[in-house]
Design a binder for this molecule. Sequence first.
Ligand code: FAD
Ligand code: AMP
Length: 476
Amino acid sequence: MPQAFDVVVIGGGPGGYVAAIRAAQLGFKTACIDNFKNAAGKPSLGGTCLNVGCIPSKALLESSENFERVRHKFGAHGIAVTQARIDVATMLARKQKIVDQFTGGIAGLFRKNKVASLHGTGAFKAKTSDGYTVEVTDAGKTEAVQGKHVVVATGSVPRALPFAPFDNDAILDNAGALALSEVPKRLGVIGAGVIGLEMGSVWRRLGSEVTLLEALPGFLQAADEAVAKEALKVFTRELGLVIRTGVQVTRIEQSAGQMSVGFAAEGKDEQAEFDRVIVAVGRAPNTAGLGAEAVGLDIDARGFVAVDAHCRTNLANVFAIGDVVRGPMLAHKAMEEGVAVAERIAGQAAHVNLDHVPWVIYTSPEIAWVGRTEQSLREAGVRYRAGQFPFMANGRARALGEPAGFVKMLADEQTDRILGVHIIGPFASELISEAVVAMEFDASSEDIARIVHAHPSLAEVMHEAALAVDKRTLHI
Ligand code: FAD
Ligand code: AMP
């Protein structure tokens, strides 16, 4: 008889491991199946986020930012450093140590919460009278488990260009981009989205000449247009990234140790030579090997597991969460869906408001936003008021030596309810939380304007942006 569980979670990334922990907390006998193996060939929980995504990228961003500070920013403080150099092996070892601590930490959390951790690929086998049979296969061995409820949290995989498969030597996906053993002299990055910009920033700060080739006609079109404009200015003029938009990459050829990238731009064919190329053109939902067809699990036209607003699939007691379903491909969205699904299985009411999921890009300066952009409000004909305040006029930002950027708040013209907040500047990733909380509580810009913000703090820029909505800033 296969081992029987109340809840079987397939995938141990931020969606899956959080769903499993919450289900176990709620008293369900829970198993989590995950097939990720790290570069050393060992099972490693935490999915893309902990192994080859959020956490290692932030570790390398910090290392490279420190290198940048030593070389270009310490001088202003009177700190002289001669011949700063980066030891990439040490930087990578630090990154891996952080990853190993966190992935090992998930294994510890599973033990603490009595989640059965099963290593292997989970595939639906059959629908039974009391749930589903899921087979777990690793290294040719298969065992079956039985789940009353199943949560699919199989995440996403990097999208490859059809003519340039990843080899993680010359043509790199996110895992390869986070593991380069030396700083390439010339680095091409295809796709100037979140991952392309973060990875491009890391290697640029460490000394690569970095060129980003983006297909869309504009830069960072998902962001508020004022933020995108400021970001383009800082990234090109200060950081030295070369960013080309409206570029159609048509071929990548390797010869004599270098990569030749052919592309069409403004109707002309061009070519650029690189030592390494990172392909960061987006991620695809991962349903390979899941056995969706064995039980008739609906997959939509774009390859996502089809779900309703409550992450319910077309099958009774089967839920799907995270990158494998609609909505932003972000770890915090996956985690909150994991909690919500476990609570729904327990018969509780749960909600995840996809309209208020914060977006963050960990460049320098950081970019973060929540809610509507100014251009989307204009297009929808919503009448709004905008308030903007620069970090340049903030004492803490100046003391930090990080004066670039601003906070922009958009509020409904009639009700003053906050519709969107957009930040480019230091610690935008932290500052955005105030806006998320405010919007979840339906706050108005006047509410933020009337709240006491510590001085001197970066949060004062949020305060002033709220005052700016009513044209009554105090410090500008
Ligand atoms: P995943 O993390 O992809 O986990 C899915 C897991 O399921 C994997 O371990 C996979 O091996 C396993 N699996 C798949 N199929 C099966 C199967 N059939 N059986 C068993 N196991 C299976 N998001 C942020 O919010 N902030 C960031 O700063 C950020 N930075 C990122 C940086 C990079 C370079 C990348 C690539 C991504 C980043 N993301 C970030 C996105 C974030 O990593 C994802 O949104 C998040 O990991 C999605 O979580 P998930 O649980 O849905 O899937
Ligand atoms: P993200 O979805 O944030 O990971 O970003 C992926 C980026 O890659 C987006 O800005 C896309 O417009 C861009 N992109 C997608 N396909 C291509 C392509 N073939 N060439 C260049 N850029 C692309």
